[in-house]
Ligand binder design. Structure first.
Ligand code: GDP
Ligand code: MG
Length: 443
């Protein structure tokens, strides 16, 4: 697997300070073999490897990650990108009913998917209607009805005993029925063949033209490997589709189909099916698929932690500055921005050293997010020299800052005074709690 191969390649990178070109080439070779073994299409592999190499060569020496970890991080990020990046949600019509049409080869899992989708949509408060347009196989309509019953939804089917009906007509009447009876989503199940053929494509595009779907989902069995690409291209050219559903991911599929289909057709993967039961189904998440293909969940967690620890090192550096009384307004702003990224100020207070002391609690209780906005605006209005050395902020500078930040001079006075006061207090507290370095005095 990719993770085994990568593991071997990366073992050689351990302990190195920097990635050499030879290291990158060797690692890229292993990734290439692993992807080909996972049935990823050759052009997709080529493009992928080229991007990995380029990024690895340009990678800055990271203080948080060793070279092996850096490579894994890059491969993981590129995998996620190839798989579509963000999770794509299903598109529904502004005016119901929305129409979702399923297309794909026979046995790809369309009828099963119809039931899974219906169950899932129902769970979200929708009222889906299944429409049986596979009139090819004798038992197909019945199979959809059974699946519909299990999902607890209604199935619209041609009346039995009328001979072979016209699937285009059934589709049209099905959508009209949904409009009549206030179903808000129509799921159209269609026929498939064992291989791609012209008649099948024609029928599917006739149905498409009759019901004008909001989503046409190409359903593909992840276990067909390399064939997935040719099939996807045939359906793209013959019918067109707006999204992909991968089925049978519970088999030993290594994810090659996922990578290829998305990259070759440019259409996003919306859902993944991983079993025969209706609940074996989920929205497709590129990041989860990437870590499955990479098979390095633990290492990825480690990498995340390492990067967090690195942030902690930065925080320690700031703590040292606090301890020695060298904190500048620039540090103050940096800290504030970093803290705000983590959420509302109230959630973060508990993490600060000394947050449990009585005075600290009282001081922190007075800080709210709106006040932070104002402080941020004022500091942004200062020049770098002023932020570095707040002592130079005299009367005329205060007026200029106030005007530039849209606050009053007394707001600026307030901030500057509070900053000096805080610096003094923090320094004293730092000594008390035993963090922070030197005893250089400034204020
Ligand atoms: P259709 O011909 O495209 O409508 O395919 P079906 O929905 O009839 O599915 C064909 C076979 O694949 C059935 O036996 C299903 O139970 C099975 N199947 C469908 N989806 C999955 C899946 O995600 N995992 C597994 N293991 N089997 C599936
Ligand atoms: Mg079917």
């Amino acid at each position: 697997t990719l993770s085994d191969r990568l593991g071997t390649a990366l073992a050689g990178l351990r302990g190195k300070g920097r990635l050499s070109e030879a290291d990158i080439d060797a690692t890229a070779r292993e990734i290439r073999i692993a992807l080909l073994e996972a049935d990823v299409a050759l052009p997709v592999v080529r493009a992928f490897i080229a991007r990995i190499k380029e990024r690895a060569k340009g990678a800055e020496v990271s203080q948080a990650l060793n070279p092996a970890q850096q490579v894994v991080k890059i491969v993981n990020e590129e995998l996620i990108a190839v798989l579509g990046g963000e999770t794509r949600r299903i598109a529904l019509a502004k005016e119901p009913p929305s129409v979702i049409m399923l297309a794909g080869l026979q046995g790809s899992g369309k009828t099963t998917l119809a039931g899974k989708l219906a169950r899932w949509l129902k769970g979200q408060g929708h009222t889906p209607l299944l429409v049986a347009c596979d009139l090819q196989r004798p038992n197909a309509v019945n199979q959809l009805q059974i699946v519909g019953e299990r999902a607890g939804v209604t199935t619209f089917a041609p009346e039995p005993g009328n001979g072979v009906g016209d699937p285009v007509d059934v589709a049209r009447r099905g959508v009209a029925h949904a409009r009549d009876k206030m179903y808000d989503i129509v799921i159209v199940d269609t026929a498939g063949r064992l291989g791609v053929d012209a008649e099948l494509m024609q029928q599917a595009s006739d149905i498409r033209d009759a019901v004008r779907p909001d989503e046409t989902l190409f359903v593909v069995d992840a276990m067909i490997g390399q064939d997935a690409v040719a099939t996807a291209e045939a359906f793209r050219d013959g019918v067109g589709f707006s999204g992909v559903v991968l089925t049978k991911l519970d088999g030993d599929a290594r994810g090659g189909a996922a990578l290829s289909v998305r990259e070759v057709t440019g259409q996003p993967i919306l859902f993944a099916s991983n079993g025969e039961k209706l609940e074996d189904f989920d929205v497709f998440h590129p990041d989860r698929m990437a870590s499955r293909i990479l098979g390095m969940g633990d290492l990825l967690t480690l990498i995340e932690q390492a990067e967090q620890v690195f942030d902690a090192e930065k925080a320690q550096a700031t703590a040292d500055k606090i301890g020695s009384g060298e904190l500048t307004l620039e540090d103050f702003l940096d800290q504030m921005l970093a803290i705000r990224k983590m959420g509302p100020i109230g959630n973060i207070l508990g993490m600060l050293p000394g947050a449990n002391s009585a005075q600290m609690k009282e001081a922190l209780a007075q800080v709210d997010d709106k006040q932070l906005d104002k402080l941020q605006a004022i500091i942004r209005g200062m020049t770098p020299a002023e932020r570095e050395n707040p002592k130079i902020i005299n009367g005329s500078r205060r007026l200029r800052i106030a005007n530039g930040s849209g606050v009053t001079v007394s707001d600026v006075n307030d901030l500057v005074n509070r900053f000096f006061e805080a610096r003094k207090q923090m320094k004293a507290m730092a000594g008390q709690f035993g963090f922070g370095g030197g005893g250089r005095r400034q204020s």
